[in-house]
Design a protein around this ligand. Structure first.
Ligand code: ADP
Ligand code: MG
Ligand code: ZN
Length: 559
């Protein structure tokens, strides 16, 4: 198989994502009062409603509606005042009532977008290509796309989705190849078609077989604790063009949802899940190719690697004159680095989607929507910009810190009143030392007990050269473990770095006297030998001299 970079020279990849997020922050299920928890004994949190017993009546969870409205507002969607719940029928033990309650053509949130900043390695993955008017048209027909799907349900869905304004607002000019900045980075808007509300199904456990798969299992058990968990599904337009863009979109969305406090968004635990739809077309072609849908993309790495593999696989099939099988669903196997066929997609018809007669249509008013808007905290993009402007820290660090509410709050407390070098040092300590420490210790920032004042004190020691960055690592570990003030640790361990030229000069003189040979080599033009001489000075000062200052003094003495 060819490499991705080679494939993307000839083919344009078209990717759309469907992202499910469990609203884990809520206390109760979507339509009943059962406790929302996956940690309890199997089937501890069930009732007639989520078990689908005859006559049980659902009551929508108001906080779940608030959550999806916030999710919509934070992703620039239009909140739909009038919408309702539908029944999507299927027969399987993971949903005892034999239908999933979901939304129909109109979702609570529709027609949004997120601007994606693609930089560095990610930006390099997208080869430049010329596209203009034709691109916009094919995207328009993609959203309205009924290619091969002429079922009654899908045409109803498409009517709802195909609101002219959404497509018109993304005219040809917007759909052109995003312009690259000098450093190769670019920003591209990714349209969001809809975010709708639905409920999760129960968890099936297949026992007595290999790999927990149903095929060889002796028996299958059902745990209804998860059944009825509020779930929001976000569907993007097919606007993504590389696996990196898909990964970045998912990461950005995750940061927004975490900041909103609506979910823990754990791909590992499955509270945030992503299906990747991907098709190829020859560069310059305007018609969309046949897509496949990838499942099991349950980490950011899998999302990228699974899509990259599938793009290369499709290219090989197409280049050999083959065809992509219509609407095939494939399973990504990270260990074997390949995708395998799961099934050919069922058509929407089979679901017999119709409005749920047990749930009244929604009529959201301005007051409700405004209240949700008022509860949205500062979002990651705004926070990043503020951190860059107020603290003068690097863009990449600002983005990383602002994307995690816990880290952002900690940073603001630690860097309060700082700017420039000191603030940057706090940022460095967080993205380097702190992340590594928490990972190693298997703990979270809150549980670690590390205080912002400790990190601030450590940053000051570093920024004033009182300790070296190597020493900072040791101090960080010690302060994390003991809870002591870094100044105390540095004093107790006699670590304070000597940055006084008067004290260091005699050491430099002594080292140069002992290393006449190396000194001559330096004078003869071998710059590298300075490292050796600094090392000797450090040794002579028992690690306490400031290496930067030694370096300066040595160079001065040798010229
Ligand atoms: P399905 O009927 O298979 O669910 P949809 O039209 O509802 O397909 O789209 C599902 C997802 O697939 C959306 O994210 C959409 O952007 C994406 N998509 C649709 N057509 C294509 C295509 N030809 N190539 C890649 N992605 C596509
Ligand atoms: Mg779909
Ligand atoms: Zn229940």
């Amino acid at each position: 198989m060819k490499e991705l970079s080679e494939v993307l020279q000839d083919w344009e990849a078209v990717i759309g994502l469907e992202i499910h997020t469990e609203l884990t922050a809520l206390d109760t299920k979507m339509f009943c009062n059962c406790k929302l928890s996956h940690d309890d004994e199997p089937n501890a949190n069930v009732c007639p409603v989520c078990l689908g017993l005859p006559g049980a009546l659902p009551v929508p969870n108001k906080r779940a509606i608030e959550s999806i409205v916030k999710a919509g507002l934070a992703t620039n969607c239009e909140i739909q005042r009038h919408s309702m719940f539908y029944r999507k029928h299927y027969f399987y033990p993971d949903m005892a009532k034999n239908f999933q309650t979901t939304q129909g053509p109109v979702a609570f949130a529709m027609y949004g977008h997120l601007d994606l900043d693609v930089t560095g390695r990610g930006a390099a993955e997208r080869p430049d290509c010329a596209f203009g008017e034709a691109e916009a048209q094919s995207l328009a027909s993609a959203s309205a796309n009924a290619e091969g799907l002429s079922t009654s349900m899908s045409s109803t869905m498409r009517e709802g989705n195909q609101r002219a304004g959404h497509l018109a607002s993304y005219d040809a000019s917007n759909m052109q190849m995003p312009e690259r900045r000098e450093d190769g980075s670019y920003t591209v808007p990714i349209r969001i078609l809809r975010i709708h509300m639905e409920e999760d199904a129960a968890k099936m456990v297949h026992v007595g077989g290999a790999e927990g798969r149903i095929t060889a299992a002796a028996e299958s058990l059902v745990d209804y604790n998860r059944c009825g968990t509020p779930l929001i599904e976000l569907v993007t337009e097919p606007d993504l063009r590389t696996p990196e863009e898909a990964r970045l979109f998912m990461e950005k969305l995750r940061r927004i949802f975490v900041t909103l406090g609506i979910s823990d968004c754990s791909m590992e635990k499955g509270s945030m899940r992503c299906d990747g739809n991907v098709s190829l077309r020859r560069r310059g072609e305007t018609k969309l190719g046949t897509k496949t849908e990838l499942k099991n993309l349950n980490s950011f790495k899998s999302l990228h690697d699974g899509l990259a593999y599938e793009i290369c696989r499709q290219a090989e099939v197409l280049e050999e004159g083959g065809q992509i099988i219509y609407q095939e669903t494939r399973h990504w196997e990270p260990s074997r680095k390949r995708t395998v066929v799961m099934r050919v997609k069922e058509t929407a018809d089979d679901y017999r989607l119709f409005p749920d007669p047990d749930l009244a249509p929604f009529d959201l008013d301005d007051e409700f929507i405004d209240r949700c808007r008022g509860e949205i905290p500062e979002l990651p993009d705004a926070k990043r910009a503020r951190f860059e402007a107020d603290f003068g820290i690097k863009a990449a660090d600002a983005e990383q810190i602002a994307g995690d509410p816990e880290f952002a709050e900690f940073f603001e407390a630690a860097a309060a009143g700082m700017a420039g070098k000191e603030a940057q040092t706090v940022a460095n300590l967080l993205v380097n030392e702190m992340i590594a420490y928490l990972k190693d210790a298997g703990t979270s920032l809150a549980e670690s007990g590390i205080a912002p004042a400790q990190v601030a004190a450590l940053a000051k020691l570093l920024a004033t050269d009182a300790i070296s960055s190597n020493q900072a690592h040791e101090v960080f570990e010690a302060m994390a473990q003991t809870g002591d003030d870094p100044n105390k640790i540095v004093d107790e361990r006699g670590m304070r770095q000597v940055s006084d030229a008067g004290t260091l000069q005699p050491i430099v003189d002594e080292v140069l006297a002992n290393c006449a040979e190396q000194a001559q080599q330096y004078r003869d033009g071998n710059q590298k030998v300075i490292g050796y001489l600094v090392g000797q000075c450090m040794k002579a000062s028992r690690g306490k001299g400031n290496p930067k200052l030694f370096n300066e003094l040595l160079r001065k003495a040798l010229t």
